[in-house]
Design a protein. Structure first.
Length: 307
């Protein structure tokens, strides 16, 4: 394990920063990012782009998983990496675990036959794992003439977007990013008792959480096995996840009049608490790269487990 980038990575990142000054400035402006974001770029994002690029083989696609809770910065990081790699003449593609949710009809079926809590998307068991496997395989096997559809989910209608509306990736892929709040998660062990009000009141018999854990041990294990490298954006605590999401909902209510109340949000977040706590406990020791986040969302530290 190391808590700093290797010297060669820092040198290459500094050279890249000077060469990409204009594209980086446009990125910060277009994403309306604060001035402090330049520090993240210099200390973490650019070195990460170089570090990952160095780990690819010219003969095959490098598949990188990014795990991070809501508000951890997964989307911004993904966009930035793709910008940098494009400037390095690397072909990149990416999609999210959120893009392969089961359809509303399929989740309604699970809610009737397995447990009502499975109507809420997000936990393992509410994704089309085969769609994820097929998409990753297609992108990894693509050639110069390939046209690969990238799945999309429309959260405004809580359903998968029509296939005709999916974006198309054309050509080969050097680096593939697969991001999501529980990407790379493993089943939990020996923690069957309810840990929050949702589990006590709505899953007293443990049927829902047992189903979720079985999915992690089965289909999701195969999906996550396709990752070559795993990056974790480690939130400080489960409490921070709730706090960050509460701020998002408050801004949404102020802007549009819509959004969950604090009580609704507390129940919603409890769907993900068990897996989030398990991730925070066991993933940092095995993820190839861990960014330690502070309560202010800023990266406070780095650890490399594959050096």
């Amino acid at each position: 394990m190391a808590d700093i980038w290797p010297g060669s990575i820092d040198t290459s990142a500094a050279e890249l920063r000077d060469r990409l000054r204009s594209p980086i400035n446009r990125f910060v402006a277009e994403h309306q990012l604060p001035e402090s974001f330049y520090r993240l770029i210099e200390q973490y994002y650019l070195p990460l782009a170089v570090w990952l690029a160095d780990r690819r083989s010219p003969e095959r696609t490098l598949v990188v998983g990014i795990c991070g809770g809501q508000g951890s910065g997964k989307s911004t990081l993904t966009d930035f990496l793709q910008l940098v790699w494009a400037q390095m003449d690397l072909r990149c593609a990416g999609f999210s675990l959120d893009d392969i949710y089961l359809t509303k009809t399929e989740r309604q079926g699970l809610a009737k036959t397995v447990h009502p809590l499975l109507i809420t998307r997000g936990v393992p068991g509410t994704h089309d794992v085969q769609l994820g496997l097929d998409t990753i395989a297609a992108l990894c096997n693509a050639d110069a003439h390939s046209e690969t559809p990238i799945p999309q989910f429309d959260k405004s209608i809580d359903d998968r977007a029509p296939r005709c509306d999916w974006p198309i990736h054309r050509g080969r892929v050097d680096i593939l990013l697969f991001e999501g709040w529980c990407v790379g998660a493993r089943p939990w062990q020996g923690a069957e008792a309810a840990i929050n009000a949702l589990e006590r009141r709505e899953d007293a018999a443990g049927i829902w959480r047992s189903y979720v854990n079985t999915q992690l041990a089965g289909p999701y294990r195969e999906l996550f096995a396709m990752l070559d490298l795993l990056l974790m954006l480690k939130v400080p605590s489960m409490e921070c996840v709730l706090e960050w999401r509460r701020l998002q909902e408050q801004k949404l209510r102020a802007r549009s009049g819509r959004g969950m109340s604090d009580d609704e949000l507390a129940r919603f977040v409890q769907h993900y608490e068990r897996i989030t706590r398990n991730l925070l406990d066991e993933m940092p020791a095995r993820a190839d790269c861990v960014f330690e986040l502070g309560r202010d969302h800023q990266i406070e530290g780095l650890r490399l487990n594959s050096e």
